[in-house]
Design a protein. Sequence first.
Length: 245
Amino acid sequence: MSDPSLDILKAKKKPNRLIVEDSTQDDNSVISLHPDKMEELELFRGDTVLLRGKRRKDTVCIVLSDDTVEGGRIRMNKCVRTNLRVRLGDVVTVHPCPDVPYGSRIHVLPIDDTIEGLTGNLFESFLKPYFVEAYRPVRKGDLFIVRGNMRAVEFKVVEVDPEPFCIVAPDTTIHCEGEPIKREDEEQALNAVGYDDIGGVRKQLAQIRELCELPLRHPQLFKNIGVKPPRGILLFGPPGSGKTL
């Protein structure tokens, strides 16, 4: 049986695990790596990559080379970090994603507090200039900010076809009809606590998920083998060990 501590050390040595730092360019679709790191990961300038962050969140971006980026780091703007639920100094993983399809249609909606007092056509003023001939990858559920007309409007991708991500090409239909998304609802989703927020107790988490989730998701398993599922669990341990989370 493998030693968990050794597994963690091995995971940290993976070349595609990179430390997040702030981007020097404010582009929602781009991340930057050092040319040597791109060569190590067998990536080329303009390739599409899949980024994995915390709380099982992922997104797709275009990779560019930057000589000023340190080898073990990756640059991304605040919008990408929000979509991955990571902060500066956190670790993300980078994976080649060459087969991202062109989208037939996407549906985006603005966040309500970013369009207060704004008049005019959102598509013509913000979305069309943002997407035209840019071939931007988008993922369902992601947020992005578009700047124009002395304003910054935040949008959310609520639907893409095909799912879960695609590239917005010139013939992709962009829909923006519907009620704006309330900031309170979006922040509540962002602040939700997940298993990834609890560190250092992987064995205990696995036991809890087996005891709590398995009976709810697959009750038929217990019926088939004639075993009654547990009716509750008791957590015990010293203060600060993660019981409340």
